[in-house]
Structures are given as structure tokens and as C-alpha cells.
Design a binder for this molecule. Sequence first.
Ligand code: ZN
Ligand code: ZN
Length: 217
Amino acid sequence: MEVHWIRGKGLDSNIYLIKGDETTLIDAGTGLHHNYVMHEIKKHVNPRDIKKIILTHEHADHYGGVRKILEEIGKDVEVASHRSAAERLRKGSDVTSLFFGFSPFPLDVGLELADGDRIRAGDDELLVIHTPGHSPGSICLYNEEEKILFSGDTIFQYGSFGRFDLPGGDANALLDSIEKLLSMDVDIIYPGHGEVVLEDGKDHILLAMDNLKAALE
Ligand SMILES: [Zn+2]
Ligand SMILES: [Zn+2]
């Protein structure tokens, strides 16, 4: 799987460009660093080759950039998210955008995902894992052959986990979600923020579970 990491600037989420027949972006940042993002994308692909943008969840630091990317490359790009995130994205009611310095706007999500779905990305397939807790519509995406997990804001490097105190957050749901991730064999983790994990990903997930349990005691 050919994955290019576009490191999030400022408060932006990381963006992952998966190159192949079905060139895909995972997440889109806030949109406040649009020129940088397009510059990074163009290092690897013609932006017009992007077929799909999958959003790991409904927060503005991940979806805010979609509108400008679509404007720049045309409308034939499918936007996908978990169905619970899609409902919120269509309403444009996400309050987190205010933290990131812009007003929420409605986003048309054409493809609704559910737990257990398989979705094409690049030349491979990703399994959709519904992981609520950080937000109701959070998903992780897993490639079994290469043991790659795109973890959104559910877990990060070295056992950090997503905050659960935002509207729609739920600590116990987050714990269940992290437990669910432990049933996967994971080497590489591409998280929504911070550094990527290039080996022993499962150790980082275990640590996240221990840390969250300790925080809840
Ligand atoms: Zn985020
Ligand atoms: Zn988030």
C-alpha cells in the first residue's frame, strides 16, 4: 500500500494520501493550510486523480479542508464517513470548528460507512472499524495484509488516546473501541495527529488501553 503522510500543520489533522487505482485521501485538515496541503499532494499525484476522501470523524480539524480541495479538483470526488458522522457533517453543526477558527459548514457526504464495511483505497482494501468514544462517528481503517491501522483521533503514538470530553464524547465507549482494536494484528499506525508508528503498533494500542483505564480509575 503506497501511503504518503502529509504532516498536519498547526492544529490540522494529518492527511494520508494513498496512491493507486483508487487514489484516496484520509482526512483533510482544517483547510487553513490549503496551499501547503495541495503542494504536498502534487509531489505524488495529479490532484485530479483523487477519487475519494475518507473522513475518520466529524471534527473540523479533519473535514475543514475538504471544501477547498473539492473546489480545486472538481466535484467528482466521493466523500465518505461513518453514517453517524455523515449525519452531523450534513447538518454543519459541528461546534469544534469554532476552536479552529472558522464557522461550521454543511458537507455533502456521498458514501456512508458502517462497521465491517470494506472500502477500496489505492490498490488495496480497508476494513472500517467503528470506534466511537472520541466522537460518535469515529472510525479506524485497517489493512490486514500489511497490518496498517489508520487510527484517526482514537489512539496516537505511545499510548495517547483521543479526548472524550467534547460533545458526543464517551470515555467508556472509547475504552470499548480501543479493546476492539486489540483484536487486530497491527504493525504500522497512521494517527490523526502526531508521529506515525512504523513498527509494533499493537504495543502502542495496549499502552493506550492501560493509560485510559488508569485515567478512569
Ligand atoms: Zn483531530
Ligand atoms: Zn477529533
